[in-house]
Design a binder for this molecule. Structure first.
Ligand code: IMP
Length: 200
């Protein structure tokens, strides 16, 4: 791949776009947001993170004619059999705010024993050379933590205020953005994806 080739980032989630752009700051790829191209939202009909990431990447590639990067991510609570998982962004209903999703999850974890609150953030990130690319590049990141019922911290987005990170004794919303990017599911997946793209 040439350095100048345009790659479209298939996300309209401002929290995600902010983190991904920060992670891509030092990378010599020409990354552009799909909002510049008026790419319409696509329904996430997949039953797994990777299927939904591919749906979003393919949608952006077919509307722009460019290579694309997309991620699908969410939080999984072990004791809730992985809920909300791929439904994290619409846990409180389609179009729900981050806050509504957060408080719905808090209500679901309140009955759980404190010892049973293990959680993880999952991110699947894909790269498509074009809409019909039969060999997408795929990377995964997983970040383990524990959920709490009292939100803490102002950074990040989504479920960050209730995702307690034992190694740092704070929630991911209390971590400086650079530290979150070093540790996070999204940071892990994106670094792995970029390594694979550079090897192309
Ligand atoms: P997606 O845009 O369909 O991938 O939905 C991802 C959803 O998962 C977001 O709307 C958040 O609710 C949640 N999520 C994913 N990554 C994070 C994170 O880093 N912090 C907090 N919430 C996250």
């Amino acid at each position: 791949m040439t350095e100048k080739q345009k790659i479209v980032l298939a996300s309209n989630n401002p929290g995600k776009v902010r983190e991904i752009n920060a992670l891509l700051e030092d990378i010599s790829l020409n990354i552009r947001s799909q909002s510049e191209f008026n790419v319409p939202e696509v329904e996430e009909t997949g039953l797994s993170f990777v299927e939904n990431a591919l749906i979003k990447a393919r949608n952006a590639a077919s509307h722009t004619g460019n290579a694309t990067i997309a991620d699908d991510s969410g939080i999984e609570i072990l004791a809730l059999n992985g809920k909300p998982g791929i439904y994290s962004a619409r846990f409180a209903g389609v179009g729900a705010t981050d806050e509504a999703n957060l408080y719905k999850l808090i209500e679901e974890i309140k009955p759980l024993d404190e010892k049973n609150r293990q959680a993880r953030f999952v991110c699947l990130m894909v790269f498509l050379r074009h809409a019909d690319d039969p060999t997408p590049i795929i990377a995964q990141g997983i970040w383990d933590g524990v959920v709490i019922t009292e939100p803490r911290g102002e950074n990040g987005f989504g479920y960050d205020p209730i995702f307690y990170v034992p190694t740092h004794d704070c929630t991911s919303a209390e971590l400086p953005p650079e530290t979150k990017n070093q540790l996070s599911h999204r940071g892990q997946a994106l670094r792995s994806l970029i390594t694979q793209i550079n090897e192309m």
